[in-house]
Write a protein of this length. Structure first.
Length: 422
């Protein structure tokens, strides 16, 4: 039996003509940008809209994860679109996804400057609540400014820890001048927020340990009715592994295909995604005549479930341990009832072990990854189905995206109640 969701409570319970709020979501990415973060914000915006609130999204022109703007967007300062009844205002920036601190900061700063020109728009819309994503490290300044001008409730969504993430990636040294400045800025943001949400227990614990209590854990989760297992949960004779997502330096896919001998192992590695290492991956496959490693064209997010469920095992890969990170594709893999091949460290690794839904290896231990691939190849039909069943059960029981939003909304109402009563 494959479990299904009851859908986010009864959505009509929340609709009231007397409690509608004007909500603004500020984020650096929104569909059609690729990846989990854009679709998390789209789900949040559309869920707010569905229960009667007015929603405005401020974001950049689509550039993620390639770091490139379309020509028409490069010459457009701001445009407005409506996506699923949500007003989306896209802003100009100098895009960059390169592993260069100056270029990243320039990109984040130009994004902030462009969005500052939308302050009057937000004032005219009488925004009550502003939800800001960080990183980028500059965007909370817009929320703080709006709070000072208009006395809005500021919700800070901490998707990654910084400067801690920079330390873990080797970009800066803990205790350095840059670290101290960024850490002060980080705490300044937390002080100004009325409500802090985050996507992992590690991040939640970190923020609470430095003195900020009542941080709310809001997992991205998965749409468990869309990411639904295939009917015949059987393993192919030749194991088929799939990776979907960003092809960046932090994900280590290029290093992985250089080291793991997929041809010798007689298993297939299928890659879907885009990012700054996409061309390098393509060239390496061609130059080395890899038969069992295939880089596919990037697919539309709506088609991901049907594409991914054709394969046997979902690969989640992290090149380094970065405190607080939890790859969102893990939830969708679980929802599809796929055993997980987790190559990384941190909370994602812990969840795979907790739910007994796959095998894990540390970022610097590719030999263990190879052993895990061999173990998955040798699974019996019954053993494979047990892993698949535990994956699906974990998603339905703990990571249903609609249930996650429902819990978040109930908690948010404690912050916004004075606005409703006013």
């Amino acid at each position: 039996m494959i479990l299904k969701s009851n859908k986010f409570k009864n959505i009509n319970e929340y609709i009231s003509n007397n409690t509608d709020l004007n909500i603004c979501i500020i984020t650096h990415c929104y569909p059609p940008d690729f990846g989990a973060a854009p679709h998390q914000y789209a789900h949040m915006a559309e869920s707010f809209r569905a229960i009667g609130h007015n929603v405005t999204v401020l974001t950049s022109h689509p550039y993620y994860p390639t770091g490139k703007l379309q020509l028409k967007d490069f010459f457009t300062f701001r445009n407005q679109t409506k996506i699923n009844n949500v007003d989306v205002f896209r802003h100009w920036l100098i895009p960059s996804q390169k592993n260069n601190a100056f270029l990243r900061l320039l990109s984040m700063t130009t994004m902030l400057i462009s969005m500052l020109f939308s302050i009057n728009l937000l004032k005219s819309r009488k925004i009550d609540v502003v939800i800001v994503q960080t990183p980028p490290i500059t965007l909370p300044l817009l929320g703080i400014l709006l709070k000072r001008i208009q006395d809005v409730k500021l919700v800070l969504n901490v998707s990654d820890l910084w400067p801690q993430a920079m330390v873990d990636l080797g970009s800066i040294r803990k205790g350095s001048f840059a670290y101290k400045i960024l850490h002060k800025l980080e705490k300044f943001y937390y002080n100004k927020a009325d409500f802090i949400i985050t996507q992992s227990d590690e991040t939640k614990d970190y923020i609470e340990d430095i003195g900020y209590k009542d941080v709310f854990l809001y997992r991205i989760g998965a749409d468990i009715n869309t990411f639904y297992p295939r009917k015949n949960l059987t393993k192919h004779h030749q194991l088929k592994i799939v990776y979907t997502g960003v092809l960046g330096v932090a994900h280590g896919i290029l290093d992985l295909i250089k080291t793991v001998p997929f041809d010798e192992l007689d298993c297939e590695m299928h890659i879907y995604g885009g990012g700054i290492e996409e061309d390098k991956i393509r060239n390496y496959i061609l130059n080395n005549n890899l038969k069992n490693v295939v880089l596919h064209p990037k697919v539309n997010y709506k088609k991901v479930p049907e594409v991914v469920k054709k394969y046997d095992v979902a690969l989640i890969s992290q090149k380094r341990y970065v405190k607080g990170t939890l790859p969102a594709k893990l939830y969708e893999s679980l929802s599809l009832g796929m055993p997980v091949l987790f190559h990384g460290q941190g909370e994602g690794e812990e969840l795979v072990l907790k739910h007994e839904c796959g095998l894990t290896s540390r970022p610097n231990d590719l030999e263990q990854l190879i052993r895990n691939i061999k173990s998955l190849q040798n699974l019996t039909h019954e053993e494979y189905q047990q892993l698949a069943s535990r994956s699906r059960k974990a998603a339905v029981s703990y990571y249903d995206r609609d249930v996650q939003f429902s819990k978040f909304y109930e908690e948010l109402k404690t912050v916004t109640r004075p606005l409703i009563l006013a």
